[in-house]
Design a protein around this ligand. Structure first.
Ligand SMILES: *[C@@H]1O[C@H](CO)[C@@H](O)[C@H](O)[C@H]1NC(C)=O
Ligand SMILES: CC(=O)N[C@H]1CO[C@H](CO)[C@@H](O)[C@@H]1O
Length: 315
């Protein structure tokens, strides 16, 4: 019977053959077998770990490769190959501080090792770039946080009520109501439109118009709080929309409503009202950061049907 060390050496040679052929998977299997023999030769085990780490590295398994480099370094602290491998793994894992530490450890053994000198320089540069980016991100984050606070204060000051959009559609609607939070906004809406303060300190809201009769919508990205609904309707319906085959959607012929979802009641609003006046209504709750109004043709059969059975507060 062969001794463990002899067997481990055989597997190491087999692994090296596979490695040369770039068959890294089989190489890993062979090195692993070699390590299983538990040879008492630390040098041999260090080589097995180092070589397996190199094979893992070639497969892109940087975490495993790093662990092998760590094991190899434990067995043989001066094993430069393992130290270089570890440094390269840290580079791939984008842990530049660790890469620098490993490079420095290796450079204490051989201060001229080319790969280590090169890797340390690269890691230094990337680390500084990373720190600079982190500082910039932090400044930006603070600035956005401040803007958010100012915005929230402006909304609160006007007594506009926001609804926190419940994440689970049906549940917690009641809990979400009246919660004053900016989290209700969906900054990554398809359109990206979001309430914002303009240079004069006025709020501009994204506003959604719904036309239930035709299942159509219009979206105003920035509806100035002091502009009136009629102002927008005049522009939006200056030309009749293609879906209005009966030519009924004339600005002066439209009735506007908002829905109090909590009570399932409808409120009529005057087109002469400004957005701010509507948002300050005691039963208006802004959902998902986007005020919504429904438009119907005055006294149309559709609206009669739509409102039947609903409680409607008319003007
Ligand atoms: C780098 O690795 C060290 C040691 O594992 C860890 O403490 C540190 O958080 C890591 N840094 C990064 C940026 O991943
Ligand atoms: C105009 C628009 O697309 N608004 C959408 C923003 O996101 C919320 C939640 O996903 C939708 O409900 C709105 O319709």
């Amino acid at each position: 019977a062969l001794f463990p060390t002899e067997l481990a050496r055989m597997y190491k040679n087999e692994g090296n053959e596979y490695f040369k052929e770039k068959d890294y998977r089989r190489a890993i299997v062979a090195y692993t077998e070699g390590l299983r023999k538990k040879s008492e030769d630390p040098e041999l085990n260090a080589v097995l770990h180092t070589n397996r780490g190199a094979a893992e590295f070639h497969l892109g398994n940087y975490r495993s490769a790093l662990n092998d480099a760590i094991q190899a370094k434990k067995l043989k602290p001066t094993h430069l190959k393992a130290i270089i491998r570890g440094a390269l793994c840290h580079m791939e894992l984008k842990n530049f501080s660790e890469a620098i530490a490993w490079c420095e450890e290796g450079l204490r053994i051989d201060s001229k090792e080319k790969k280590l000198v090169e890797t340390r320089a690269k890691a230094d540069k990337l680390k500084r770039a990373e720190e600079r980016d982190a500082r910039r991100a932090k400044v930006l984050e603070r600035k956005e946080q401040r803007q958010k606070e100012v915005l929230l204060a402006a909304i609160k000051e006007r007594n506009i009520k926001l609804v926190l959009e419940p994440s689970n559609e049906e549940e917690e609607v009641a809990d979400g109501l009246a919660e004053i939070s900016l989290d209700g906004f969906h900054p990554d809406n398809a359109t990206g439109a979001k309430v914002h303060l303009d240079a004069e300190g006025n709020l501009n809201w994204p506003v959604l118009f719904l036309y239930p009769e035709h299942e159509q919508t219009d979206f105003i990205e920035a509806f100035h709080e002091n502009s009136r609904f009629i102002d927008h309707l005049m522009v939006m319906f200056a030309e009749l929309p293609p879906w209005d085959l009966e030519r009924k959607y004339l600005p002066r012929n439209l009735e506007l409503y908002f829905e109090d979802e909590e009570r399932a009641e409808m409120y009529e609003l005057s087109p002469e009202q400004t957005l701010l006046q509507v948002l300050q209504h005691k039963r208006y709750f802004v959902k998902a950061g986007t005020p919504t109004v429904l438009a119907f043709v005055r006294s149309s059969p559709f609206s009669k049907k739509y409102f039947s059975g609903k409680k409607v507060h008319r003007l």
